[in-house]
Design a protein around this ligand. Structure first.
Ligand code: PEP
Ligand code: MN
Length: 385
């Protein structure tokens, strides 16, 4: 083990030297790439409280801690801290209820497709992501003054074939004078969920909204493009959803650089105990002339090669115009997306927020879903490498 690590470190250090990187960054490269993580896999699907207490007692002796990551079928246990002490690992491996300790060399040990979470499946509204095309649809923004539009939209998106209903309650608006959303819309969202039986997706931007959404029973918490780099929010969401059957739809920020920055944001959430994280490309900067953003559904195969997480593409914010949305949605499916998150409204002209520009009507949504399903069937599930 130590010998392998020494070899990795040497290779990274040599590379940093060859590239003529300044000394401080050479040290960073050295530590970053040589990072090896350990995960405990029990024989059974999870440890009993007594077994967990024994495992915690052992790692505590070595200054480490345990984070259980609760999957639908099995729970794995990440060791947090400086986990490389061979004596600690030997003692853990010696416990008869431990199957093995897996070592992963990756900056995102839990999101990595070699992680033991790779067999984890996320289920929303009766659909297991990856097994059929998963569709979230609904209004960008719920208008609290006109709840009937939302109820009609909810029924129409269900009829069109969506599995989950989206509805913006609190809105991140670039302009501080634009409508910022209204907590009252949460009641409208939940009422639409009761009427249709669809699980709901809503964006939360702070801990207060997070707690209100969880208490109300929101099934998919959306982290928007503006907050995808808000690490304290990611941590708070991770903590709040640990062990719950709640999913997190993590949008890609416009300001993310390398793909690893997106994956690491997801790692924040998962590392607090809930692996139900869905990656959502939604267009990035700089804008492609004529579109709202630069469509980025093409990063899907890359995400699927590096991680095990399902990818649900948002074509609406990507292109920003209703007439372009079906093409972008189909492109996303061709690239291997597991699902789509589409803004739809029964009467876009009467909508607020992005709806007048971006929302497709229910008949367009129904056509888009039917074509996307055909393409999905032709394409089959994409498992990465
Ligand atoms: C939205 O989903 O309405 C939204 C604001 O999305 P994004 O965070 O991707 O801009
Ligand atoms: Mn929107």
């Amino acid at each position: 083990m130590r010998a392998i690590e020494r070899r990795i470190k040497l290779r990274c250090a040599t590379l940093a030297w060859t590239l003529d990187i300044p000394l401080r960054q050479r040290v960073a490269v050295f530590h970053y790439t040589a990072y090896v993580s350990f995960m405990i896999l029990p024989q059974a699907n999870r440890l009993t409280p007594e077994q967990l207490a024994e495992v915690i007692a052992i790692v505590t002796e070595f200054g480490c801690n345990i984070q259980p990551i609760v999957g639908t079928v099995r729970t794995i246990y990440a060791i947090l801290g400086d986990e490389r002490d061979e004596l600690m690992i030997n003692r853990l491996e010696g416990l008869d209820y431990i199957d093995r300790i897996d070592r992963i060399q990756s900056p995102f040990k839990l999101m990595d497709r070699r992680s033991d979470l790779a067999s984890h499946r996320i289920e929303v509204g009766g659909v297991t992501l990856g097994q059929e095309l998963f569709v979230i649809a609904g209004q960008c923004t719920i208008d609290p003054k006109n709840p009937n539009y939302f109820y009609e939209t909810a029924a129409a998106v269900k009829e069109a074939g969506a599995h989950a209903l989206r509805g913006g309650v609190w809105k991140p608006r670039s302009n501080p004078y634009s409508f910022q959303g209204d907590a009252k819309s949460l009641d409208i969202l939940m009422e639409a969920s009761r009427r249709t039986g669809l699980p709901v997706d809503a964006e939360v931007m702070d801990e207060e909204q997070l707690n209100l959404a969880l208490d109300a029973g929101v099934a998919v918490l959306q982290v928007g493009a503006r907050n995808a780099l808000n690490y304290s929010l990611l941590r708070a969401i991770g903590r709040a959803v640990a062990g719950r059957n709640v999913a997190v739809l993590l949008k890609r920020s416009l300001h993310m650089g390398p793909i690893s920055e997106f994956i690491s944001a997801a790692e924040y959430i998962v590392s607090f105990g809930n692996p139900n994280v869905i990656l959502c490309p939604r267009g990035t900067a700089p804008t492609l002339d004529g579109y709202r953003n630069h469509p980025d559904e093409s990063i899907t195969p890359l995400l699927k090669e590096k991680t095990w997480a399902p990818v649900v593409v948002d074509p609406s914010h990507s292109v920003g115009k209703a007439s372009y949305v079906p093409a972008c949605a189909l492109a996303a499916v061709a690239y291997g997306a597991d699902g789509l998150c589409v803004e739809a409204h029964v009467s876009p002209n009467h909508g607020i927020g992005d709806d007048p520009k971006q929302a497709v009507t229910p008949d367009v949504l129904a056509g888009l879903i039917a074509q996307a399903r055909q393409l999905w069937t032709m394409r089959g599930p994409i498992k990465g490498k």
